[in-house]
Design a protein around this ligand. Structure first.
Ligand code: GLV
Ligand code: MN
Ligand code: MN
Ligand code: MN
Length: 392
């Protein structure tokens, strides 16, 4: 396949949901993501691939029997983090359609059905819980609980979907033979165009509610303050330090302040900790250490802190036999772990799952600067076609 073919299809979606930062605002089931879902249906139509929805908001475009035994799924997600990059998600879906074109041009007839999948709400950017679509499909979350998740405007996931989600696919383990998700690598580890994933670090989100005493910024003596912003600021530094000491990753990047006024000491600061590590014990002790230091500091500041886990994803080891098979098929492509979360990680608890990574030359992701070379994306499509031809 030529780079031109990739670039032509890529150009169709590259404009959707782009904002003035140069990044993308594509929240699940919001206007630009709905446009992308229409684009998906359109691409499927052009290829005579009937589209189904699993009742959870995940879309499937079929080559072969819908939910026939041992179907091979391939795809990713359209939603982005706010001002995120263009490749995280959509690259896997565009590549899947192009891989099917390539397989058809080569005269391949799949012995098992293939579906291109678009998972809903992978980033958790709108409703707060990442990989919501794959969690619903695989039964990792209660549909009623998912339906009640609320966005910043008070709209629930159930309302956005127009229904209570259907929940797990009956007979999932026999219906899905494998899932192969292609994704931009998101780090600087991959030095060749295409690699294969070995594992995903355990990771999660914890909400820290710091409460104090709201008061006047001008008239309250420094010694009389119970300022939760101080406790929060200390916690941000402590999280960074603890992560550096243990080789883990800790980020506090989202914050809400009440009343959020220049001249009022806040009564509440709510901050989210994103913590990840190579193993669960290290991640757990990081969160424990940050919680302990936040609590000690709250004692000194006259504030209080409450910590609530919002989502914790266990360590994932992808099917090792499948990963080495793919690596061999792809001329000994490197096998590497990642510390980013993916729907493939959720599905891996139930079905054989693999991921292909496309080189990310700067390693930047979740940012407008995220980029992949068209030549590498083209190599990704070719690799995906090779893998799907072998698996079907
Ligand atoms: C999602 O991309 C994540 O790793 O947070
Ligand atoms: Mn992402
Ligand atoms: Mn992604
Ligand atoms: Mn992700």
């Amino acid at each position: 396949m030529s780079e031109k073919v990739f670039s032509a299809l890529w150009a169709e979606i590259e404009v959707i949901g782009r904002v003035s930062s140069g990044g993308y605002l594509r929240y699940a089931l919001s206007e630009p993501e709905l446009v992308l879902r229409d684009w998906f249906r359109n691409q499927a139509d052009r290829r005579d691939m009937p589209v189904t929805d699993d009742g959870n908001g995940n879309l499937f475009a079929w080559w072969g029997d819908q939910w026939g035994r041992g179907a091979v799924l391939t795809g990713s997600h359209f939603d982005s983090v706010p001002h995120g990059g263009g490749y995280d998600g959509p690259l896997g879906i565009v590549s899947a359609f192009l891989a099917i074109d390539r397989m058809r041009a080569a005269g391949h007839t799949p012995g098992t059905p293939i579906a291109v999948v678009a998972f809903v709400e992978e980033e958790g950017g709108r409703f707060g819980l990442p990989c919501l679509g794959s969690r619903l499909l695989s039964g990792a979350i209660d549909p009623a609980k998912a339906a009640a998740l609320t966005d910043q405007d008070g709209v629930t996931f159930g309302e956005a979907l127009g229904a209570i989600p259907a929940g797990p696919l009956p007979g999932l383990r026999s219906r899905i033979g494998a899932l192969v998700e292609l994704h931009i690598e998101q780090g600087r580890q991959l030095e060749v165009p295409v690699g294969v994933a070995s594992a995903i670090w355990p990771h999660g989100r914890w909400r820290f509610d710091f409460t104090g005493h709201g008061d006047h910024a001008g008239t309250t003596k420094m010694s009389d303050r119970r300022d939760p912003m101080l406790t929060f600021a200390y916690t941000v530094l402590a999280a960074n330090k603890e992560a550096r000491l243990s080789g883990a990753h800790a980020t506090m990047a989202r914050v809400e302040v009440e009343p959020n006024a220049t001249n009022a000491i806040p009564s509440l600061v709510r901050g989210w900790l994103d913590a990840r590590a190579a193993d669960t014990a290290t991640m757990d002790s990081l969160v424990e250490a940050v919680t302990k230091r936040a609590t000690e500091r709250a004692g000194r500041d006259g504030t209080e802190v409450a910590v609530t886990p919002e989502s914790v994803s266990a360590e994932v080891t992808f099917d090792t036999a499948l990963a080495s098979k793919l690596s061999t098929l792809l001329d000994d492509a490197p096998i590497l772990p990642t510390s980013a979360g993916h729907d493939a990680g959720v599905l891996s608890a139930q079905v054989p799952t693999a991921m292909l990574f496309v080189r990310n030359p700067t390693g930047i992701s979740h940012s407008p600067a995220e980029y992949a070379e068209p030549a590498d994306c083209t190599a990704g499509v070719e690799a995906l076609a090779t893998v799907l031809s072998e698996l079907t």
